[in-house]
Design a protein around this ligand. Structure first.
Ligand code: NAD
Length: 354
């Protein structure tokens, strides 16, 4: 991968390679765009098969954060950090404290939070070395786990999609297939069940789907069979890259709307969904509840306000779906345009000297 060429093509500002020989780890911090504010994004900890995989991931995720915060009307840019190998338990504190020192050296251009493979305890360790960390435990004055608000936002997005696809926002009587019952998926289930949706569930962890299935009188299928389930809405709430040329032909739904990041393997795969008559809810719009929740930590966290702001995802999604129809572009392209227009508009005023 030609990193500098990629940075120029997609408008990246800065990529920082971090190495601490004393602690024994490597990390990469990518800052995509800070037009709207400091670059906020999670710290992903993963056993990457190669350096190239880690670089691709951090760049893709940082850019998605820029789009997510822009579309959610937040005064934040997009960034991400990856730690290239999962540290053994006894070494996590030193890795995160060391990473905290690198983050501090950026002077607030990047603000860290939790992501796949990092946890509250890790954020506490970061906070010992840098003030540029959010999503801290409630006991430390933070906003705690963002997942309930993320799920609430996905529920709003689903209603906006239902309005377009079925002629009304109600999910009553709709059959929703939920893939992944972790922090987001498990918080989505009670909202759907309360509204009278019928559910079909899958998770790769043994017994998890069965447990939720008996709690919500839902059907349970294997992780592979969920793609073939006849349903109204397919809701990806597990990992990214699950909508591909291999899986899209198998879907038997009218809407795809879920909480997972980077659901499309490739942005062009959105056309494949639309050719099959499936409405795709752009993921970074649907799952913005988490970053909305975290953003309130800067001004004093208030859960009621977080939910009120996340309810706005309904209108944003509606606006993007209508825009896609009017401009005759896919919903994925319409969402990127929507976010991009706000960044361009703000960039245009920044040339005035203050
Ligand atoms: P999580 O790790 O708590 O849950 C993921 C769940 O998916 C787990 O239960 C796992 O067993 C299951 N899973 C993994 N692969 C699967 C497969 N192939 N089929 C079925 N189940 C599978 O993660 P989470 O916090 O719930 O996040 C879920 C997704 O939402 C991720 O893509 C994450 O990046 C995104 N997201 C989360 C938040 C948040 O607030 N937690 C915010 C925005 C986006």
């Amino acid at each position: 991968m030609q990193i500098l060429e990629h940075m120029a093509r997609y408008g990246f500002e800065q990529v920082m390679l971090c190495h601490d020989a004393g602690v024994g780890y490597t990390a990469i911090i990518a800052i995509h765009d800070t037009t709207l504010g400091p670059a906020l994004g999670g710290v992903r900890v993963w056993d990457y098969p190669s350096e190239e995989d880690a670089i691709r991931d951090v760049l893709r995720l940082a850019r998605a954060m820029t789009l997510k915060s822009a579309a959610a009307e937040l005064n934040l840019g997009g960034g991400k950090a990856v730690v290239l190998a999962v540290p053994p338990m006894g070494k996590r504190e030193s890795v995160f404290r060391s990473l905290g020192r690198f983050i501090q050296s950026l002077g607030g251009r990047y603000i860290a939070t939790e992501d796949v493979g990092s946890y509250m305890r890790d954020m506490e360790h970061l906070s010992l070395e840098t003030e540029h960390v959010t999503g801290l435990p409630v006991a430390m004055g933070g906003s705690g786990d963002p997942s309930p608000v993320t799920a609430f936002g996905v529920y709003q997005a689903m209603q906006a999609c239902a309005e377009q696809a079925f002629g009304g926002p109600s999910l009553r009587g709709k059959r929703v297939a939920v893939q992944g019952l972790g922090k987001v998926g498990s918080n989505l289930l009670p909202l759907l069940a309360k509204e009278g949706a019928s559910l079909v569930l899958a998770d790769i962890r043994e017994g998890v789907a069965e447990g939720a299935g008996s709690e919500f009188s839902a059907a349970v299928v294997s992780p592979d069979a969920i793609y073939d389930e006849e349903c109204d809405i397919f809701s990806p709430c597990a990992l990214g890259g699950i909508l591909s040329q291999g899986t899209i032909p198998r879907l038997r739904c009218r809407v795809v709307c879920g909480g997972a990041n980077n659901q499309l393997e490739n942005i062009d795969d959105c056309s494949l969904l639309e050719e099959r008559g499936i409405l795709y809810a752009p993921d970074f719009v649907a799952n913005a509840g988490g970053v909305i929740n975290i953003s309130l930590e800067f001004t004093g966290y208030d859960e009621g306000l977080a939910r009120k702001k996340a309810a706005g995802i309904y209108d944003t999604m509606r606006c993007i779906l209508i825009g896609a129809r009017n401009d005759k572009v896919t919903t994925a392209v319409a969402a990127e345009r929507y976010a991009g227009e706000r960044i361009a508009a703000v960039k245009a005023v920044k040339h005035i000297y203050q």
